[in-house]
Design a protein around this ligand. Structure first.
Ligand SMILES: CC(C)(COP(=O)(O)OP(=O)(O)OC[C@H]1O[C@@H](n2cnc3c(N)ncnc32)[C@H](O)[C@@H]1OP(=O)(O)O)[C@@H](O)C(=O)NCCC(=O)NCCS
Length: 413
């Protein structure tokens, strides 16, 4: 897809960071001074930063990606390109700049051998047209102080330390614990730049709350979980009504989850614990004695785009044996367009092009939605987005594409 006349796509080097931030400030209005933000550690990999310049050399659009070399997918790992920092100056919007940048992103990702692209969408209406399907939901819960929690054996053996976040002191433990979870979509901060930027805590990011704290859970002296949190004070006539805002909660086993939640619901001067970006099956849904005590809502988390359909389908495993022919429509990446026979199961997956009659027909977007195991092919068929061409094939395929744990990414990159 070519750009309109007067624009060209370019690499953006690290030296252009301030200019990058200025353009980003046009796309995402805020009150952060680019001169200040330019001093902060950048999460970006400057070999993967691209922009659009005008003939006058003004940078009017940006996009970048993160390399996720071994992103957890059901039963396996997939080389993934995490699209990010997508922005177009409002004075140049709706001229096809995003469309050209997506084309650029696909071409470069495929050339690097990345079979999947993931993103968080600022607005959900944007990315379906490019073959991204909603692939994971996230749960946000607001749990009242002193909410009763079920007992979990071993929780009393967990020692909790509450400290102010210090990237040097806590970075290794945060990375090790976060990386120990195996959940589809559970994106780890693979590069040092991303890990450092994630724990950077400038006052402009605090939204009136305190600096970032960590509740670090240890078992036998080893870090086994954590919550990154801030308390926000709110004094009302009836007394303190502070909120505990949890940025990331990482509890790889039930005793750790129980211990961390026990701390979170018992902080003085607060009345609510507010956590977003949880998987829809997060342990808190089972720890609460009274599920109605918590306020919960959910929204889209990851969007997934299969860049190389056969390679991506072969990179994951399937919840039951499956032998199905998929007729995939892909108008942007024609190599994916056609019929694919998938023969897979819990321990194997093979995918090959075929001329055999198709069992199911779907757009690559719906395949992306089903890919991480979080959205059901049968549910999408009920919504008219997947068509069963051969009777009796939808149910088994839907079960095979499902997975015992729901996908989620714990942070927006
Ligand atoms: C969203 C954004 C990147 C779109 O850039 P753009 O250059 O205007 O997009 P394009 O002109 O290439 O549009 C491509 C298509 O997407 C559609 N589209 C673009 N932005 C859209 C939006 N916010 N909602 C719905 N559709 C949108 C266009 O209408 C066009 O549709 P068409 O192909 O059917 O004609 C830009 O408006 C922007 O930077 N917005 C603010 C920041 C933001 O939301 N960034 C996305 C971060 S995930």
């Amino acid at each position: 897809m070519s750009l309109p006349a007067g624009y060209r796509i370019v690499d953006v080097p690290a030296e252009a960071n301030r200019e990058w931030l200025v353009t980003d400030g046009w796309a995402f209005p805020g009150d952060i001074d680019p001169d200040v933000a330019a001093e902060w550690p950048s999460s970006l990999d400057w070999t993967r930063t691209r922009g659009v310049r005008t003939d006058d050399d003004e940078l009017v659009a940006t996009h970048a990606s993160f390399a996720y070399h071994a992103l957890p997918v059901p039963g396996g790992r997939a080389r993934t390109s995490g699209l990010t920092w997508v922005g177009v100056h409002p004075g140049h919007r709706r001229r096809g700049l995003l469309r050209a940048m997506i084309d650029d992103h696909f071409t470069r990702s495929l050339a690097r051998g990345e079979v999947l692209s993931l993103l968080f969408a600022a607005e959900p209406a944007i990315y379906g047209r490019f073959g991204y399907g909603l692939a994971a939901h996230q749960l946000r819960v607001k749990v009242p102080r002193q909410a009763a929690l079920r007992d979990v054996p071993g929780a009393d053996r967990i020692r909790l330390r509450l400290e102010t976040v210090d990237a040097e002191r806590h970075g290794a433990a945060v990375a090790a614990v976060h990386g120990s979870l195996d959940r589809p979509g559970w994106t780890t901060r693979e590069s040092q730049a991303q890990a450092t930027a994630f724990l950077h805590d400038p006052p402009q990011h605090r939204g009136g709350a305190e600096q970032l704290r960590i509740a670090l859970a240890e078992r036998d002296g080893e870090p086994v979980g954590y919550a990154l949190l801030r308390r926000k004070t709110d004094w009302q006539r009836g007394g303190p009504r502070g909120t505990v805002r949890v940025r990331e909660l990482c509890a790889p086993d039930p005793a750790v989850a129980r211990a961390l939640w026990g701390l979170l619901v018992d902080l003085d001067l607060t009345s609510t614990v507010d956590v977003g970006c949880l998987a829809v099956d997060d342990p808190i849904t089972h720890l609460l004695v009274d599920v109605r005590a918590a306020e919960a809502d959910w929204q889209d988390n990851l969007w997934a785009r299969l860049l190389d359909v056969p390679a991506a389908l072969a990179a994951r495993r399937y919840a039951r044996d499956v032998d199905v022919v998929l007729e995939v429509r892909d108008t942007l990446l024609p190599a994916n367009d056609g019929r694919w026979r998938l023969v897979g199961g819990p321990d194997r997956a093979q995918v090959a092009a075929t001329d055999a009659p198709a069992d199911l027909a779907l757009d690559v977007r719906e395949l992306g939605s089903a890919y991480l195991g979080g959205l059901s092919l049968a549910a999408m068929a009920a919504g008219g987005q997947v068509t069963e061409l051969r009777s009796g094939t939808l149910g088994p395929a839907a079960t095979a594409f499902g997975w015992p744990v729901a996908p989620v990414a714990s942070f927006v990159w």
